[in-house]
Design a protein. Structure first.
Length: 146
């Protein structure tokens, strides 16, 4: 059992190293970076990360690597959402959700990337505009019933 735990710990340490390398490669995660939009730079960054990843998983390919980091980011995003939702609810400091994901703090560099911007639905604007136009038409035609 101790050997299994040791292997699990080694894998976790290795994943943390990979996350740290990933953080240093903004071409793979920072949508605001010019590198992110450069296919060649992104491919080179994946190759660099893949060579690191293959130290522990020698048969891994680029698709395996992308799936792994997609899973890591998805789990991070879920924990971040739980944490942010608990803060919005007006809960006391004692009841704010504390993330339990073992690599959460290592992925915190993605915080700005994962947070959705407040947006307004264009459907609401269109419907409000249509309603306003309809009311104006009714007023012009004197068909408004009061």
């Amino acid at each position: 059992m101790a050997q299994k735990t040791s292997a699990k710990e080694k894998e976790r340490e290795f994943i943390i190293e990979c996350i740290q390398l990933y953080r240093d490669l903004p071409a793979l995660w920072n949508v605001k970076s010019k590198l992110y939009h450069d296919r060649d730079k992104k491919s080179m960054a994946y190759d660099l990360l893949l060579s690191k990843y293959q130290e522990m998983f020698p048969k891994a390919n680029k698709d395996d690597l992308k799936k792994k980091f997609n899973a890591l980011r998805t789990n991070y995003r879920k924990e971040l959402k739980k944490h942010m939702d608990s803060m919005k609810s007006g809960a006391s400091a004692d009841s704010i959700y504390e993330p339990t994901l073992w690599y959460y703090s290592d992925m915190n560099f993605l915080h700005d990337q994962e947070m959705a911007c407040d947006s307004e639905s264009s459907m609401d604007i269109t419907q409000n505009s249509d309603t306003q136009n309809s009311v104006e038409d009714d007023v012009e035609q004197n068909t408004v019933c009061l």
